[in-house]
Design a binder for this molecule. Structure first.
Ligand code: S3P
Length: 175
């Protein structure tokens, strides 16, 4: 049985492991891996934090939409880590709905807060990550759920276990 055709796109909150898990799934599937934050940083030569601080969130959102749509337009099936906020844009949601398989990595805000650490590409978290993550979860949880073909609880499992689960679901999803 072969895996489903199309991109595999990982969505979910900051700290859910989209980049780490996405890279491992890509390796397992022998596919290219793309990360929308990396694409933005590569195209602009600036970090996510620099863009937020100098140009503001709206400017960053435009750049991340461009990066996402460019990644989704690639012809070779890839694994794509889509930054947490891409789902806020209606055009991005339409594009995601026909991109392939959307995988929502899910965990409770208190677990995400422990994982985000001091990562510098998340200026929105400020000095109270858990409070911000709770608010974002309330705003976005329903959107992630509506877009997801597959939901993976990443709260209590290690990377290898999660990758096994995703790859198993991808193969199982094949008609
Ligand atoms: C954001 C998520 C971050 C980054 C930016 C904003 C968000 O990416 O794009 O800090 O709004 O959820 P990750 O989801 O890769 O952490």
């Amino acid at each position: 049985m072969s895996e489903r055709v199309g991109h595999v796109v990982l969505i979910g909150m900051m700290g859910s492991g989209k980049t780490t898990i996405g890279a491992a799934v890509a390796e397992r599937l022998g596919r290219p891996f793309l990360d929308s934050d990396w694409q933005v940083e590569m195209h602009t030569g600036r970090t996510v934090r620099q863009i937020f601080e100098s140009d503001g969130e709206a400017a960053f959102r435009r750049l991340e939409s461009e990066a996402l749509l460019e990644a989704l337009s690639g012809r070779d099936p890839a694994v794509i880590a889509a930054a947490g906020g891409v789902v806020l844009d209606a055009g991005n949601r339409v594009a995601l709905a026909s991109a392939g398989t959307v995988v929502h990595l899910m965990a409770a805000p208190e677990i995400l807060a422990q994982r985000v650490g001091t990562d510098d590409h998340r200026p929105m978290l400020g000095d109270q990550p858990e409070v911000v993550l709770r608010r974002l979860e309330a705003e976005r949880g329903g959107i992630y759920a509506a877009l997801a073909d597959i939901v993976i609880d990443v709260g209590n499992s290690g990377v290898d276990e999660i990758v096994d689960e995703i790859v198993g679901e991808l193969v199982g999803a094949q008609p």
